[in-house]
Design a protein around this ligand. Structure first.
Ligand code: SF4
Length: 382
């Protein structure tokens, strides 16, 4: 009589893989995984971000024809697109596939490109998770560059995980690497770094949702800064998107003479290291020499506390489609943050003395009560 064969469940397969690969080095995991029948058809998913080049280099040494899926959210930094093309060419990767949301999906869910401001989870779902799951439908397993050191949600990650978004297995060859390991690998192999790393971005995602990180901050602190969001939704644990509860904001003590930035999340130090375009509040946006679209940060100077032209200018920039960071500076006070937010500003820059005189819970509550400027623009459009 024929014997019934028991097919192992996916959790059992993942557990067996983790046992079998337990003592392998990262490149060995990668090498064996690419031809392991247990893992089937394997693709790599890469953001071509700050650390990606290490894993991409390993792939290029093992098999340059491995499919590499690059998710272009159409919200990426221009530097990332340039870097992606350069790295793929340098490493000789022959099957890099750019994945995007369909134009119809974008037109239906995010026609103005501002969903990231009002509902970042939905934006990530639209621009990352859905296109990626569609692209992965012809694969059985996928390689990620995630590492344990990158945060609490990843601290116990193994080489292999179930992918709850599909009947697939995720492979994390760098799970046990430290930030130092990555940096050493990149330096020892003379690999090109993403140009934004040297500008204070240790983790690089989409332009509207990534800000520079100060020394001593968590490397991912610049991703969705100030929001209760730490993952893009592509990565889940036990079937659920992982969130870290937001920490209570600590009172900020401004340094003497240093400007203080007022945001929805509280007072904070200056954290911008990139170029800034300074505009007077009466700047002429029709001036052809004024290339505001190129600026990732615009600072609008208020000439006096009673002069509202800066608010008008900010509204005009937002209505015209400006997506970069907008800051009010000059003669503004923290209490004007709600008004500034309604006008399209992201933040207000005030001097340290002014910050010391304003108890932060007061203005934070005021800021929380401010309706989103994007909702306001949405109402106007409808
Ligand atoms: S990171 Fe930001 S812009 Fe990019 S898909 Fe997510 S919410 Fe949208």
């Amino acid at each position: 009589m024929a014997q019934l064969q028991t097919i192992p469940t996916r959790p059992a397969r993942v557990a067996a893989l983790n046992r079998r690969y337990r003592h392998r080095a990262a490149i060995q995991v990668l090498r064996e995984a690419l031809s392991d029948p247990e893992l089937g058809r394997v693709a790599m998913v890469s953001s071509f971000g700050a650390d990606s080049v290490a894993l991409l280099h390993m792939i290029s040494l093992i098999d340059r024809t491995t499919p590499v899926l690059f998710i272009d959210t159409q919200m990426l930094f221009p530097e990332t697109l340039t870097y992606q093309a350069e790295v793929a060419a340098k490493l000789g990767l022959t099957d890099v596939r750019t994945i995007r949301a369909t134009p119809a999906a974008i037109a239906a869910a995010d026609p103005d490109g501002d969903l990231n401001q009002t509902n970042p989870d939905a934006c990530c779902d639209l621009r990352k998770t859905v296109p990626l799951n569609r692209a992965l439908s012809s694969f059985d397993s996928w390689i990620t560059g995630r590492k344990r050191f990158q945060g609490a949600t990843r601290s116990e990650m193994e080489f292999f995980e179930e992918d709850p978004a599909g009947d697939r297995i995720k492979i994390n060859p760098l799970a046990h690497w430290t930030a130092r390991d990555v940096a050493d690998y990149i330096a020892n192999n003379r690999l090109p770094r993403h140009p934004l790393v040297s500008k204070g971005y240790p983790s690089i995602g989409c332009m509207p949702c990534t800000s520079p990180v100060k020394e001593g901050e968590d490397p991912r602190a610049g991703r969705w800064r100030g929001q209760d969001k730490t993952e893009c939704g592509i990565h889940f644990v036990n079937g659920k998107m992982q969130r870290i509860p937001p920490a209570a904001p600590a009172p900020f003590v401004p340094a003497d003479g240093q400007p203080v930035i007022v945001r929805d999340s509280g007072f904070g130090p200056e954290d911008w290291t990139g170029p800034i375009l300074d505009l007077a509040s009466d700047a002429d946006l029709d001036d052809p020499d004024l290339r505001v679209g190129d600026a990732t940060m615009i600072r609008i100077a208020f000439p006096s506390f009673t002069d509202g032209r800066g608010f008008t200018l900010a509204r005009r920039l937002r209505v015209a489609g400006y997506k970069g960071r907008l800051r009010a500076t000059g003669y503004v006070i923290a209490d004007q943050l709600p008004m500034a937010r309604r006008s399209g500003f992201d933040e207000v820059e005030i001097d340290a003395d002014l910050a010391r005189r304003q108890p932060w819970p007061h203005w934070r509550d005021a800021a929380d009560a401010a309706p989103s400027y994007l909702k306001k623009l949405g109402r106007r459009a409808s």
